[in-house]
Design a protein around this ligand. Structure first.
Ligand code: GLU
Length: 405
């Protein structure tokens, strides 16, 4: 160590490693060491990538598609993405408005790097997905966190948005269905937000639609550019194959938006990764152009799990679990557990203490609400086998029963 020399950049002071990824890695390590851990931390479908998608990847390898591709996606994949936006969302994009990256995360990162000047503000409704504020901070922007209310289903209202916007606002980040609450914005709610945005022409919208296919109870997914067409020119739609096609490890996300932004993002990506993985792109092409029927079947399985886990959690005194309308997370509050004492004599001070207690005492890995900007809560991913979910709920119930006032 050289005296007075600081290796790490100051901007890192404002960010922390991803809590979802971190807790998941810890739980996997415990499992590898032989511990009987229920891993409900990172959210990823527990279903297999369908065979026809795997086969497309294998075929691509044998065809020799093992080299760099076009920087932000092969032409056939971009065309398939444009066709998906037309088919599913009624949105028209030229291929020059489409980008493909190593996961939705990279689409979001590229866009923020391309647009954020130091001090620019990004409005983020809380609870939010862990990575949004940190990615904004990494670009030296300022995350403006807008707490939402449980009574509004954890959805930001038009008034809350209006109050959060300043002359420095660059983006609003929307995520519906939401990670971590499962909240789904209705057409009317998106329209109301859109009307606010129309009064503030300097604000752009980044809408993370990655959980698009996972909506329940007959709700219909909509995205803001579809509901408020006047916003088309200042909307970046982010999506990907991870959640829809069980392809989290393949790392393919895509986006669509103004051509100038997409071009700038490609320039950044040319330096960062050169292109997304060629084989994963071939697999994603098969995903987007192949059979789609299994997606609804999987959604029904998720829905049955949702109903069961919400009922099981609400049966535990001290835990209150709202019914989410989409995605595969529940976000119960655990306020009644704060201040209680564990059998080991520790007083639970916050939701991080609660999830640490669940992990240490009962080997159930969850993510604390503070990581998502709303406490005292925790997130459970129910993208896991029913027996795992049932056992996890039994253990949580036991852990809660073991607490003393
Ligand atoms: N999106 C998933 C989650 O929230 C995967 C982990 C991550 O990238 O945060 O758990």
């Amino acid at each position: 160590m050289i005296a007075n020399v600081r290796l790490l950049a100051g901007r890192l002071d404002k960010i922390a490693p991803s809590a979802t990824v971190g807790i998941n890695s810890l739980a996997l390590k415990m499992k590898a060491a032989g511990e009987d851990v229920m891993i409900l931390a990172a959210g990823e479908p527990d279903f297999e990538t369908p065979d026809h998608i795997k086969q497309a990847a294998i075929d691509a390898i044998w065809r020799g598609e093992t080299r760099y591709t076009n920087v932000d996606g092969t032409m056939p994949l971009k065309q398939a993405v444009a066709a998906k936006f037309k088919r599913a969302n009624g949105l028209d994009y030229d291929v020059a408005q489409i980008t493909v990256s190593a996961g939705g995360k990279q689409v979001i990162s590229n866009a923020l790097i391309a647009t954020i000047n130091a001090g620019d503000e990004v409005v983020i409704p809380a609870p939010y997905w862990v990575s949004y504020p940190d990615l904004v901070s990494l670009c030296e922007g300022v995350p403006v966190i807008v707490p939402t209310q449980a009574v509004n289903g954890y959805k930001m209202t038009a008034q809350e948005l209006d109050r959060a916007i300043t002359p420095k606002t660059k983006w609003l980040i929307l995520n519906s269905p939401s990670n971590p609450t499962g909240a789904v914005y209705s057409q009317g709610e998106l329209k109301a937000l859109g009307e606010v945005l129309l009064r503030h022409p300097h604000v752009f919208v980044m809408t993370d639609d990655i959980y698009e296919p996972i909506v329940y109870d007959g709700l219909v997914f909509t995205t803001i550019a579809q509901v408020v067409p006047e916003l088309y020119e200042r909307t970046l739609v982010v999506n990907g194959v991870s959640k829809a096609y069980n392809m989290t490890g393949w790392r393919i996300g895509y986006g669509a938006g103004p051509q100038s932004l997409i071009k700038a993002m490609a320039g950044i990506q040319s330096h960062l990764t050169a292109c997304p993985c060629s084989i994963s792109q071939a697999a994603s092409l098969a995903a987007l152009t192949g059979p789609q029927d299994f997606i609804a079947r999987q959604r029904d399985v998720f829905c049955a799990r949702r109903d069961k886990i919400v009922a099981d959690l609400n049966a535990i005194e001290g835990i209150e679990c709202p019914l989410p309308q989409g995605a595969f997370y529940v976000y119960p509050s655990c306020g009644a557990l704060i201040g209680k004492q564990t059998p080991q004599g520790k007083v639970l001070q916050n939701d991080q203490d609660v999830v640490t207690y669940f992990l240490e005492a009962k080997k159930v890995a969850l993510v604390h609400g503070a990581a998502f900007g709303m406490s005292p809560c925790f997130r459970i991913s129910y993208a896991a086998a029913q027996e795992v979910l049932d056992e996890a709920c039994r253990r949580i119930a036991q852990a809660v029963a073991d607490l003393r006032a």
